[in-house]
Write a protein that binds this ligand. Structure first.
Ligand code: FE2
Ligand code: FE2
Length: 215
């Protein structure tokens, strides 16, 4: 199917936004390797970092192919930078639990929902031929990163109550994620989808102790 220039621009900007998330996931997983002492976790995180690096390459090449002359301004970068600051602070404090919360549980949880919808949108718009195998590979890997975060976080507390500061921190992450996803809603319009739908689906997959922020 022929893609008009504005459609190419649109998809490339969406990829550029996703690339920011992938870069953050790569930086975070690479640093998390040093926080954990057990071999299994280190091995998973090393693999995750390798996979995130590959995801970055995929999105970068996609942008280059779609828009060889470059893209216009991509929304969401300021919000992603704020999210990066919060995660970086947790990593610098050596806070394993918060790093898992902010990255694998939350950012990757929402990323997982968004990438699933985008991939389905490609199929629906008969663009399914675009890198189908790579899309499915990335989806499987993102699912695994999110599931790992949920399990490893649970192991850290081993049925002990979740500390209050993490419960309150989860609200900070949620607030930023909500701002992030709404700042890029025009990018999802292409697929006729709503950012609020992404948030609703994302909430369904979070542990019970993380409350939706809005009452
Ligand atoms: Fe990724
Ligand atoms: Fe990931």
């Amino acid at each position: 199917m022929f893609l008009a220039l504005n459609e190419r621009q649109h998809i490339a900007r969406l990829f550029d936004f996703l690339l920011e998330g992938e870069l953050l996931a790569y930086d975070c997983a690479s640093k998390q390797v040093d926080l954990f002492n057990d071999k299994q976790t280190k091995k998973f995180l090393n693999n995750q970092a390798r996979q995130e690096k590959f995801h970055c390459k995929v999105f970068k090449s996609g942008i280059g192919i779609l828009t060889p002359r470059g893209i216009s301004n991509t929304p969401g970068k300021k919000e992603m930078q704020q999210y990066r600051t919060l995660i970086t602070e947790a990593l610098e404090r050596g806070d394993k639990a918060e790093s898992l919360l902010g990255m694998q549980i939350m950012l990757e949880g929402l990323g997982d929902v968004a990438v699933k919808h985008i991939s389905a949108g490609f199929e629906y718009r008969q663009l399914g031929y675009l890198c189908q195998r790579v899309r499915h590979l990335i989806l499987g890997q993102e699912d695994a990163h999110h599931a790992f975060g949920l399990n490893r976080f649970e192991q850290l507390f081993n049925d002990q109550p979740i500390p209050d500061y993490l419960i309150s921190r989860s609200q900070d992450y949620l607030e930023l994620l909500e701002q992030l996803i709404f700042s890029v809603s025009e990018l999802f319009d292409y697929f006729d989808e709503q950012s609020s739908q992404y948030m609703d689906e994302f909430y369904l997959d979070l542990p019970d102790w993380i409350y939706p922020i809005r009452s």
